[in-house]
Design a protein around this ligand. Structure first.
Ligand code: SF4
Ligand code: SF4
Length: 405
């Protein structure tokens, strides 16, 4: 078998060829494990056409490898309408699936195939115009929000300083400093109260997630290499971040891009859970609320962090967690990831609307999550659907309130 011209698709050829077109990624109801439907894009696209869910996309990738179809803008417009949420991966029998107790293999990584497809399309000039603008700006100014690089630390309270070196490094990301700075303000308030020694760097650049998901691998590599240099300078043993997108990228992609990357990466919920267990964080004040918890895809399905946020919630006195019907591996994506919110906002809001409705069904007054993308999109959808009965909260809101600081 001769190799095709597609270097990124060749890297995942075995996965593409492993798809046996069963269609479980099209529709699969498995109420016993909380699985109702699979692909949020398919369910929100008029016509529910084959190319918008995993099986169709894999057939298109196969078509490219076999030279049966050519890259095109039409193809890009389809392939980029996907959050890379991984729901198809957790249902697929060609992926390891502990939920279904059917571990045939640990083989197919669907988001990896989507990213390879995107990289091939972008390399040949077929991208989403909005993504191209964002990535051009990101290359020049190191953030995707059309903000000045030097404003990244504007949120830092007056008089607050950070040591040059510390055991922990706070990776800010871009969404929080430029769009939801209160999350970072709360992060440092909690850590200062817990006596954690940490630093950060004003020289931090975008983690590279946006570039990877939007198919620009060379830019992602540039950003990753820069960040590794500033992380090394801090001498940190552990990096932590609140942003689930940065977390997945630092935890999974950095090592793949730079095999020498050797710093432990933690999500803020892991760190807070450790601090609760060691007694450095005391959750003492009752919070008399009924909440439900939304698993961010990049935190949950991509890395497997489901329990730490729930343990934190369980540690808060009087707080009542009522789960939605789709949780953990079977969670329904918020609709924001994979570049969908920036380029296909209406689709992102429709998908988030599904999740808001599901949260309302629990009777909870609050949907709590641990990712700035989920928070923004769920809030936007709640506003669009004129929902007044459900507030979107960050898990840090609950921690701060219960610490009473
Ligand atoms: S569930 Fe897996 S094997 Fe079945 S069609 Fe989808 S990707 Fe292919
Ligand atoms: S990653 Fe999510 S949005 Fe993309 S095809 Fe799979 S289930 Fe659909």
């Amino acid at each position: 078998m001769s190799k095709s011209e597609y270097k990124y698709l060749e890297e995942v050829r075995d996965m593409i060829e492993a798809c046996y077109r069963c269609g479980d990624c099209r529709v699969a109801y498995r109420p016993a494990v909380g699985r109702y439907l699979v692909c949020p894009v398919r369910e929100n696209i008029p016509g529910k056409w084959e190319p918008f869910f995993a099986r169709g996309k894999i057939m298109l990738a196969n078509g490219l490898l076999k030279n049966e179809i050519k890259p095109s803008q039409e193809l890009a417009d389809i392939i980029f309408q996907c959050m890379t949420c991984g729901s198809c991966q957790t249902i697929c029998n060609q992926s390891y699936n502990p939920t279904l107790n059917h571990p045939l293999s640990q083989f197919m990584d669907h988001p990896k195939i989507w990213e390879a497809l995107r990289a091939e399309l972008v390399e040949r000039g077929f991208s989403i115009p909005r993504h191209s603008e964002i990535l051009k700006y990101c290359k020049e100014n190191h953030n995707p929000y059309f903000e000045k690089h030097e404003d990244r630390t504007n949120w830092v309270p007056d008089g607050k300083t950070f040591p040059e070196e510390a055991e922990y490094f706070l990776f800010m990301g871009c969404t929080e400093p430029y769009r939801i700075p209160e999350i970072l303000e709360k992060t440092i308030k909690i850590l200062d109260a817990a006596g954690v020694e940490y630093t950060l760097s004003k020289d931090e650049w975008c983690c590279g997630s946006v570039a990877l998901r939007a198919g620009n691998r060379p830019l992602a590599e540039e950003l990753v290499k820069h960040n590794f240099e500033i992380l090394k300078k801090s001498n940190a043993k552990k990096i932590f971040t609140h942003c689930a997108g940065c977390f997945r990228t630092l935890k999974k992609d950095y090592k793949e891009i730079l095999p020498e990357f050797d710093i432990e990466v933690m999500h803020i919920t892991e760190l807070i859970q450790e601090l609760i267990q060691s007694g450095k964080i005391r959750l003492k004040k009752d919070i008399d609320k009924i909440i439900t918890y939304h698993d961010p895809c990049h935190l949950g399905r991509h890395i497997g962090i489901y329990q730490e946020p729930r343990d934190i919630i369980d540690s808060i006195p009087a707080l009542d967690l009522v789960e939605m019907k789709r949780i953990k591996e079977n969670s329904w994506c918020c609709g924001a990831g994979g570049g969908v919110k920036s380029a296909f906002n209406e689709l992102a809001l429709e998908i988030a609307g599904d999740r808001i409705e599901e949260a309302l069904e629990t009777g909870a007054g609050y949907i709590v999550t641990a990712c700035p993308f989920c928070i923004r999109n769920l809030r936007d959808a709640a506003e669009k659907h004129q929902n007044k009965n459900l507030q979107v909260l960050d898990i840090l809101d609950l921690v701060i309130e219960s610490m009473d600081i």
